[in-house]
Design a protein around this ligand. Structure first.
Ligand code: ATP
Ligand code: MG
Length: 420
């Protein structure tokens, strides 16, 4: 992609209310546009990152044997009345229709997925089943903040599993836990697995996946030795624990961003929708469910929070909008300029042929502006061509996360680019 053709532009300053790095850099770099508090449009650069994150998740879900579907965002009020959540869920958006009906705008999908999967499950032989989707969710959040961390419209991957026995559910739950750690890692993120209270489904298994970051809203309690973590919300405030009961080490209290949450739902939803199966003995039996969420847009924001400096974002290669940011600096000498143009064009075309994703800053802009934008946008490798580098028949080669730069001979660029 040529920067001269990208319809979005970077801006020199961040919005006044941008308190966090993700709000600042994602807006300044033209990754997202805030339509109103908690609602964002995803622009070409941002959407490339979001798609990469979604595809990593998709790959891991498919490997797990889960089947991708897409459920409706507009949902029948009746289903929400059946579970009692039409009145009890404070963040539920209720949409009136001109036909005097009302609908729910999906904040989550148990009310849809349970009767849907129930339609196709009759016998224990039909289980286990796991389905997932990657979709926009809507929640009337009171605390929607600048940045993509807490939106009123946001992206989520939600996976639901259906089982005949508790053992089977727990086995699958454990696999999801491992897959989550792995896929967050693939996105460049280290997570702490935190035991959660399970919210309304107390005593059931529930875990949160937390990213340690000052931009987080949660406080997590970590034992530095056992690596065990808990959400401090669960602690009775009067009895704040200071030491790990297992090894005696002093607890560390850190802020965390919840990027994933998994639950054993038991038979709560299957009972509400009377979804049952025939067991081996031909008896009617309850179905057990697990649900497993990842905030996809929050995950993009979290990557920015843990991977940036004072100049902009430092994308991990796996989710970067482009692998290479090619910068061409202008020369006052017309003949040299011709050579710069020729070499840049050649390099751009060859890299693309090699399957390397390149963002080429071919604009008529100052060197300062170009270098600042390369740092702000944060592609992993910057390749720079200028009068100076061409004197050595070379390009300047610099990784976004490193200070050092070096010259690479034009002859060797393709070979070197294979190892990016
Ligand atoms: P939180 O405690 O942050 O409000 P939650 O526990 O209500 O989140 P879940 O219902 O567990 O959220 O949703 C699954 C995942 O979706 C969360 O782990 C989080 O990553 C993401 N998520 C939830 N609410 C939002 C939101 N308003 N904006 C962006 N992402 C969200
Ligand atoms: Mg949660």
């Amino acid at each position: 992609m040529r920067l001269s053709r990208l319809f979005t532009k970077t801006s020199k300053s961040a919005p006044a209310d941008a308190e966090t790095a993700n709000a600042k850099y994602l807006i300044q770099g033209g990754f997202v546009h805030q339509e109103m508090a908690g609602v964002y449009s995803w622009l070409p650069l941002g959407l490339r990152v979001l798609h990469k994150v979604e595809n990593i998740i998709r790959e891991e879900m498919d490997k797990l044997g889960a089947q991708e579907i897409r459920m409706s965002a507009l949902q029948p009020k009746e289903s929400w009345e059946i579970t009692g959540r039409w009145n009890s869920m404070d963040v539920l958006f209720k949409v009136p229709s001109q036909t005097n009906k009302e609908y729910a705008l999906g904040p989550t999908h148990e009310e849809i997925v349970t009767p849907l999967v129930g339609l196709f499950i009759h016998s224990y032989k039909d289980l286990p089943v796991a389905v997932y989707q990657i979709q926009s969710k809507f929640r009337d959040e009171l605390r929607a903040k600048s940045g993509v961390m807490r939106g009123r419209e946001f992206g989520m991957k939600d996976l639901y599993s259906f089982h005949a026995t508790q053992g089977d559910l727990e086995n699958f739950y454990g696999k999801v836990m491992d897959v989550y750690i792995k896929l967050f890692h693939r996105c460049g993120i280290d997570t702490k697995v935190v035991e959660a209270s399970g919210g309304p489904f107390t005593k059931k298994l529930s875990h949160e996946f937390q990213v340690v970051s000052d931009a987080g809203e949660d406080v997590i309690v970590i034992c530095p030795k056992c690596e065990v973590a808990q959400n401090s919300e669960m602690f009775d405030p009067g009895a704040v624990k200071k030491n790990c009961p297992t090894c005696g080490s002093a607890y560390e209290y850190k802020k965390g961003i919840e990027i994933g949450n998994i639950f054993d739902l038991g038979s709560k939803f299957a009972d509400a929708f009377k979804v049952q199966l025939m067991d081996e003995a031909g008896e009617r039996q309850t179905i057990l469910m697990g649900c497993y969420g990842i905030g996809t847009t929050r995950l993009v924001g979290s990557i920015v929070e843990v991977s940036h400096d004072e100049r902009g974002i430092i994308w991990p290669k796996s989710v970067a909008p482009y692998a290479v940011h090619l910068v061409t600096l202008k020369s006052k000498d017309a003949e040299i300029q011709d050579r710069i143009d020729e070499e840049s064009e050649d390099l751009y075309d060859t890299l693309i042929k090699e399957g390397v994703e390149v963002l080429w800053d071919d604009r008529d802009a100052s060197p300062g502006e170009k270098l600042a934008d390369a740092d702000l946008i944060g592609c992993p490798l910057r390749i720079l061509i200028s009068e100076k580098t061409l004197k050595e028949d070379s390009v300047e080669w610099k990784f976004r996360g490193e200070k050092e730069m070096r010259l690479v001979n034009l002859r060797d660029v393709i070979e070197e680019s294979r190892s990016i």
